[in-house]
Design a protein around this ligand. Structure first.
Ligand code: HEM
Length: 523
């Protein structure tokens, strides 16, 4: 009997200890997920920033979803308007009316400082330089299968070192060497269009075609990968983007991965498969690096750096894992945004044929029947104006993300260490107080003689980000943009297909949700 009571007492103490442990774990989680973020929010609110009221554990996500659904339902897909902010970010457009251009909102248990005020942004960016900006932890984790710890996601000294290593790959002489690849890839695409049109198909899904060509260009010019191998990586990247976008909806909610186990596992699997493919290319190039004069394309530069460091046995060598992450980052970042800039351009030129005509005349004058040379690009001035106007109205990178690494003082305002920051580029590019009443009109001439397009604030036009972390590939993009567009315009005229539905939407980048069907006609 005594023995029975003793064992019963032992069991009770074990249960009591377990309950205590469980209680302590819950308290710790509550502190980490809610109390500490609330304290951070209080510090931010002391500055006078308002914002929608969050609830635990979703923050403001339900409201964001609700507003997105309402906006989608009310969108007339046949009405073409360039006033897209309230369509792509309906919740931000609504909250701006209530709380101004700087406020706090919550993704799950993470408070974010929303900024659509260029003056406020300027003040923070004067104080904080490239190296001292971080990237939000939640996105680093969530987008890991896509970018790993590549340049886009690195911070501090590691970012400085990587940026230093990678920059030479974008030197003018390296870019010049890429011209042939760009011309040949585009010509292959256009030959396909000729075949299609001669077999009676006048309609082409231009977004799909341009994306494949931009992928082919980055794969060949930066990694020396053949078009066939490139297709494999591109298909997986696209599938990964879709899977990530589906899991992305609850970013910031604790253990949100378990809410979409199928998509999370799929993203992980695809991420690993892309890693394996890239690893195989790297190994192949590493082998040949010993035997041939190594090319100075991006992969060549990265491999050379890792070799030099290997030989000297320095600590900061680029490990193979880091090479894979950089390749992933550049593969995706290097084709998706450029392809979208070209896609939105073809959409706008289809809508405004007088600009199509003007650009064609300029190309005839500058390039004519000659083979494309880099020196000709500067002569394509009107095309440059169109490019800027497209990047303003339909910015492929719709937002810029930051995290404060240390307290940031902006006059009397403090942005505390660890604050996540969401900069709304679409809002700033469509703000009538910055651009005037014609803000939502397609007017490339606004950039004539003014690289800021008449914007009243020099940080109101940010298609490539800002400061030290500005896009490293922007010169490559500009060159590719002009080459591809010149070749398309000089071989084809085009108009919108009656099946086009106007639905710009966000899937990491700003894209036409239903593609871009165009009626193309050989010239
Ligand atoms: C229309 C085309 C492009 C647009 C709109 C664009 C936009 C951007 C933006 C907004 C950023 C973030 C800057 C920031 O955080 O302040 C960025 C960074 C970056 N972009 Fe681009 N980009 C384009 C083309 C390219 C190309 C062609 C490449 C590569 C070949 C590239 C590679 C990168 C990389 C690696 C970063 C990270 C830079 C860093 O953090 O140091 N981008 N880009």
């Amino acid at each position: 009997m005594r023995q029975h009571m003793q064992s019963h007492g032992g069991l009770s103490s074990i249960i009591a200890v377990l309950i205590l442990i469980l209680f302590m774990v819950l308290v710790r989680l509550l502190i980490a997920w809610w109390i500490l973020p609330l304290l951070a929010q209080r510090k931010l609110r002391k500055n006078g920033f308002g914002g929608p009221t969050p609830s635990f554990p979703l923050g403001n996500i339900m409201e964001m979803k609700k507003r997105s659904n309402v906006s989608e339902a009310s969108l007339s897909k046949h009405l073409i308007t360039h006033d897209i902010h309230s369509t792509v970010f309906p919740y931000f457009a609504e909250w701006q009316k209530l709380h101004g251009k700087v406020f706090i909102y919550w993704l799950g248990t993470k408070p974010f400082l929303y900024i659509a005020d260029p003056e406020f942004l300027k003040k923070t960016s004067v104080i904080v330089k490239g190296k001292n900006w971080g990237k939000p932890d939640v996105f680093k984790l969530d987008r890991k299968p896509m970018f790993g710890n590549g340049l886009l996601m690195t911070e501090g000294d590691e970012w400085v070192q990587r940026r230093h290593i990678i920059t030479p790959a974008f030197s003018p002489s390296n870019l010049k060497e890429m011209t042939n690849i760009m011309v040949e890839s585009t010509k292959r695409m256009l030959t396909k269009w000729v075949d299609l049109t001669s077999s009676g198909h006048a309609e082409v899904d231009v977004e799909c075609e341009i994306t494949a060509t931009a992928g082919d260009i980055i794969a060949q010019s930066s990694f020396g990968i053949s078009p066939q191998e490139c297709t494999k990586v591109l298909e997986k990247l696209r599938a990964l983007q879709v899977a990530l976008f589906k899991t992305n909806r609850h970013v910031g909610v604790p253990y949100n991965n378990f809410m979409y186990p199928k998509h999370t596992l799929e993203a992980k699997r695809l991420g690993n498969e892309i890693d394996d493919l890239l690893m195989a290319f790297i190994m192949e190039r590493r082998k040949s690096a010993h035997t041939r004069d190594e090319s100075r394309d991006l992969l060549g530069v990265l491999i050379q750096e890792s070799h030099v460091e290997d030989n000297k046995r320095q600590r900061e060598k680029l490990a193979t894992r880091e090479l894979v992450d950089e390749c992933k980052t550049f593969f995706f970042g290097g084709h998706e945004t450029t392809a979208l800039a070209l896609t939105w351009t073809l959409f706008l030129l289809a809508l405004y044929p007088e600009w199509q005509k003007q650009l064609r005349e300029e190309i005839e004058e500058v390039v004519g029947d000659k083979y494309f040379e880099v020196a000709m690009l500067a002569g394509l001035k009107k095309m440059g104006l169109v490019m800027n106007e497209v990047l303003r109205l339909y910015s492929p990178a719709p937002n810029v993300l930051r995290q404060a690494m240390g307290d940031i003082w902006v006059n009397d305002t403090i942005i505390p260490d660890g604050t996540n920051i969401w900069i709304d580029v679409v809002s700033m590019h469509h703000d009538p107080t910055l651009w005037g009443d014609d803000v939502n009109e397609f007017k490339p001439e606004r950039f004539n003689g003014d690289s800021q397009g008449g914007c009243k604030h020099k940080m109101g036009f940010l298609p490539f980000g800002f400061g030290g972390r500005m896009c490293i590939g922007r010169n490559l993009m500009m060159m590719e943009y002009k080459i591809v567009l010149s070749l398309v315009l000089s071989r084809f005229s085009f108009s919108l297909s009656p099946y086009y539905c106007h639905s710009p939407s966000i899937m990491l980048s700003l894209r036409p949700a239903c593609g871009l069907p165009l009626i193309v006609q050989p010239l």
